[in-house]
Structure formats: C-alpha cells, structure tokens
Design a protein around this ligand. Structure first.
Ligand code: MSP
Length: 513
C-alpha cells in the first residue's frame, strides 16, 4: 500500500516581493515533504499565490499597473523563490487560474445548495491588509486611527450588501471536532485561543463583496465577488482537481495531512475552512499547524512595517543551506524567532563547518590513506561501536513519531548530538594509533563512515544540497536516500570506493576572531 502525505504552505499575497517570513513557511514545509519522501511516502506539496481581493487590487493601482499583469510579475518572484529555496513542491497554484475559479464557484454552489449561504447586508469593520472582518471589541484606537488589536492593521468601515455564510450553525460541531481530534490544531499552545474564539459565539460570516470587482464572481450574481478567504482556502482542493472528487489526486491526497501556516492566519484555517468544508459535506484536513513568526527586533516582519529581511540577500552572502539550517534548527519550531547575523555565522562555523563538514573531511582523508580508498573489509563491531550505531536504530520509530508531531527540535537536537558524539568517538578511538591492529582500525573507520552516511541521510531534508555533496563520498545518489536504512549498520558495502569531496562549508571569518 502506498502511503500518502499532503502538505501545503499558505498561498502568499503577491502584493510585494517575498520576504524571510514567506521563505520560512516554505522551507519548513519542504523539510517535512523531503522527510516523508525519504521515508517512503508519496508526497504532494503545494504552494502558490493568493491573488484576489482589495489588498491586491489597491497594490496594483498604486503601481499604476493592470491587476493581472501586476500579479503575473510578483507571482513569478514567488515561483522563482521556490526554486532558489530548493523546494520540492509538486505544484504551484495561482488563484487567478481557471482550475481554481472553477473549483471555488463549485464550492460556492455546493454551499448554496446546502442552504449555507444567504443574502443580507454587512455593516462593520474591515481590514484590507488582513482581508478580515473585525467586531467592535477586536479593534482599538492607535495614534488617532482605528486598528485591529491583533495585527495593528488599519480598519475601515464597510456598509454593503453581502452574502453571508451560516458560520454560527457550526459552533458546536467545530468544538466537537476539536475535542475528538486533539491534534487538529497544533501546536497545543495555540489551541485554546481558537477554542475560546469559537466558544465566545460565532457570527455569520460575510463571504462576498460588491464594491470592487477583483475576485471570482459569485455564480448567478455577477455584482458580487467571492470573499478572498473563501476563495483562497479553496486552493487546497483546487489543486486536487475539485470538484471532481473521484479523480485519483483527490482520492489520494484529500484530506490534507498538514496545512502549515503562520499563527496569524490560524482562525481562517481552524475555524472558517473546516466550517466551509463541513457545510459542503467534505472531509476536514487532519491538521493545521500554526508556526511562529520571524521577528525583526520584537516585531513581526512584514511589508507594512517596513522591517523586512530579504532571503535572497542572505542566500547570496551565506548560501542557501546555511539559511535553511538556521531557520529549521535555530528558530525553535512553534515559537517566534529572530535572525541574527552572529548566530547564523556561529551555526555555519560550529555545526556545519566544524561538526559536520570537518568530520566528513577527516574520516574520508584518513580512510583513503589507510584503507586504499575503499570501504574496509573485515570488521568486527565491539561494544563502543554498537553503542553509537544503535542510537540510530533505537530512535528510528521515535523520530518518525516526533516528525508526525512536528517536533523538529527533537530531530535537529538528535543530529547535533550525534555529530558531537561521532567526533568524540573518532577522537577517543584514536584510529591513528591502531595501525598495528588492522581489524580495529578498519572497524573504527567503517563505523564512523556508516554514521556519516546515516547523518547525511538525516540532514537531507534540512540541507539537501550539502547532504548530497557529502554522500558523494559513497557515490550515493538522491534516489537512494531512505530514512528506514538509518537502522542498518552494514549499509556501506565492503570494497566500494571512498571518494574525496570538496569542502562542504567554508568557515566565516568573524571580525572579533
Ligand atoms: N494569502 C494569505 C494566506 C492564504 S492561505 C489560504 C496570507 N498571505 S501572506 O502573504 O500575508 O502571508 C502568508 C504566510 O506567510 C503567513 O501566514 C506566514 O505563514 C508567513 N509569514 C508572513 N510573515 C511572516 C513572518 N514575519 N514570520 C513567519 N512567517 C510569516 O496571509
């Protein structure tokens, strides 16, 4: 039986070019996609751009551009970034594509058929920046203007005819669902805020706009466009060819395994989206994970705050894999995190260049010199060797389970600890003093190489290019990487060639060094 895994990133607003926050969501999703793939899963990994709504229309107007042309240009920078970040997304969806419009209009009709939508009038606050409606108690006064308390984005008064979704009807059903599926909203720390929002009473949700036209028309009433969040959330099934629920993509991948999102858009994914799906009688995603923010100082990094960090600049300066490593390991997953140049340079120097890169170089050079450049024949593991090798075996299932619970910190800690222990093992075993005991010498070299191989497999989801460079030592190619083999102590074949490799990471010379 094939095991399927479907992971999504939020679809990004192409109102301005991508920043580090966007890169973060995408890199984390890629980590999970790559891990699942090397663990034998058939992976569908979706990302894309969210192109409708007033926010985009205004951004295009400001530039004096045609709205679609404006979206074409910026959406391309997100698509290009996917390549720059070495993402393995299997699709890239744009909400201006026909496949998506068809899907949204069908979902709308389904909702109408199920009496989930009615026409009325909306009077209330709206934030264009968040594309969200706010009640009176969710707004405050800041420097003389009204803003949303949660995001501090300006709100404007809206008064117009609108279709409404009967959100209030789903209050109890949603609460039941959260209770029966305790991992649906993750991490646990974010669950309560959603539950208390739902418990505080759900009001019906305005799901169409009449005062502008940049959106998907409501079927049978062209005066309205569909609310951008109802439009955007549907992308997750548009990409599986919804409304054709009998096609293989939909059957294989819906419900999604994880919607990975930032904590700022949890309400849309954990309340509105499941309610829309319930009303359309469609299955709900298995999990919504709201990660923390990349901060600039103490604030969320965002265009409107003018404090953005450009991922491309960091990549140009330090390389992609160091950035991926930093974001995956150094930002404690689930919490907010900062990017500091100093910490990034420390990571490169100590974890990547010293602990990993140097280990690879040392053991390869030693093996080439002392074993004719071949994986040693005749080995006999003793207690010390088995102790270090067995840690991978005994942790295999634990790691799988941790990954299924998005415990990235466990995964990276395990790697860092293993690297430390392997360096220590190599030093303590002093293979350079064992030249008279060939069996022992061979065994130490074999054991260390075997661990380098295991760790390189585990590093592949984090730093794919560097992992593949390291695996050149053994002429192992990408398609051969599989996680389940980390419990095999005899993966490397005796007599196979050991190759010298280029330096994996250059050390950064720090000013105060
Ligand atoms: N278009 C909506 C999402 C629709 S999903 C059906 C949207 N777009 S966004 O471009 O404003 O932001 C998308 C996501 O980017 C955020 O939810 C978050 O995952 C990520 N980030 C944006 N800024 C961020 C930080 N400063 N830090 C970390 N991630 C943040 O919302």
């Amino acid at each position: 039986m094939t095991k399927n895994f479907y992971i999504t990133t939020p679809i990004y607003y192409p109102s301005a070019k991508p920043h580090m926050g966007h890169a973060y969501s995408s890199i984390i999703a890629d980590f999970f996609a790559r891990f699942k793939r090397i663990d034998g899963f058939d992976v569908n990994f979706l990302t894309g751009t969210d192109e409708h709504g007033l926010k985009i229309q205004r951004a295009a107007e400001k530039k004096g551009s045609d709205t679609l042309k404006f979206c074409d240009e910026i959406s391309k920078t997100f698509r290009d970034l996917s390549k720059t970040l070495n993402l393995t997304n299997t699709d890239f969806i744009r909400t201006t594509e026909d496949r998506h419009k068809k899907s949204v209009q069908n979902l709308w009709k389904e909702l109408e058929n199920n009496d989930a939508i009615y026409l009325s009038k909306y009077s209330g606050w709206y934030s264009v920046s968040d594309e969200a409606f706010y009640s009176n108690d969710e707004i405050e006064e800041l420097n003389g203007s009204k803003v949303a308390k949660s995001s501090k984005s300006p709100v404007e008064w809206m008064d117009e005819e609108s279709y409404f979704f009967r959100l209030s009807k789903w209050e109890k059903k949603l609460l039941d669902y959260y209770e029966k599926n305790p991992d649906f909203i993750s991490p646990k720390s974010r669950k309560n805020e959603v539950i208390s929002f739902v418990k505080s009473g759900l009001k019906d949700l305005s799901v169409s706009r009449k005062s502008f036209s940049w959106g998907i028309p409501v079927p049978n009433n062209k005066e309205h466009v569909i609310y951008v969040w109802l439009d955007a959330l549907t992308n997750y099934i548009s990409a599986l060819n919804y409304p054709d629920t009998n096609n293989q993509m939909y059957k294989d991948f819906w419900p999604a395994s994880v919607h990975l999102i930032g904590k700022d858009i949890l309400r849309f994914h954990a309340v509105y989206w499941p309610a829309f799906l319930l009303a359309a009688k469609l299955p709900l995603p298995k999990k919504v994970y709201g990660h923390g923010w990349i901060l600039s100082g103490e604030e969320k990094m965002s265009k409107s705050k003018g404090n953005i960090l450009d991922p491309i600049e960091i990549i140009d300066r330090y390389g992609l894999d160091p950035l991926r490593y930093y974001l995956i390991k150094e930002v404690s997953f689930g919490n907010d995190g900062n990017i500091s140049q100093e910490k990034l340079e420390d990571c490169i120097n100590s974890d990547l260049a010293n602990n990993f890169g140097n280990l690879c170089q040392r053991v390869t050079a030693f093996a080439i010199k002392n074993c004719n450049g071949l994986i040693p024949k005749k080995i006999k593991f003793d207690k010390k060797d088995l102790e270090i090798l067995d840690k991978f075996k005994s942790n295999l299932e634990i790691i799988r389970n941790k990954i299924d619970n998005q415990d990235i910190n466990f995964y990276t800690d395990f790697i860092v600890k293993s690297l430390f222990e392997t360096n220590k093992y190599f030093n303590d075993q002093e293979p350079w003093n064992k030249k008279d005991d060939i069996l022992r010498l061979n065994t130490i070299i074999y054991t260390t190489l075997e661990i380098v191989r295991k760790i390189s497999f585990m590093l592949y989801p984090i730093i794919p290019e560097s992992s593949l460079n390291a695996l050149k030592i053994f002429s192992i190619e990408e398609k051969e990487i599989n996680f389940s083999s980390i419990n095999n102590h005899n993966y490397l074949k005796e007599g196979d060639k050991i190759n010298k490799i280029d330096i994996l990471f250059k050390k950064i010379e720090k000013k105060n060094d």
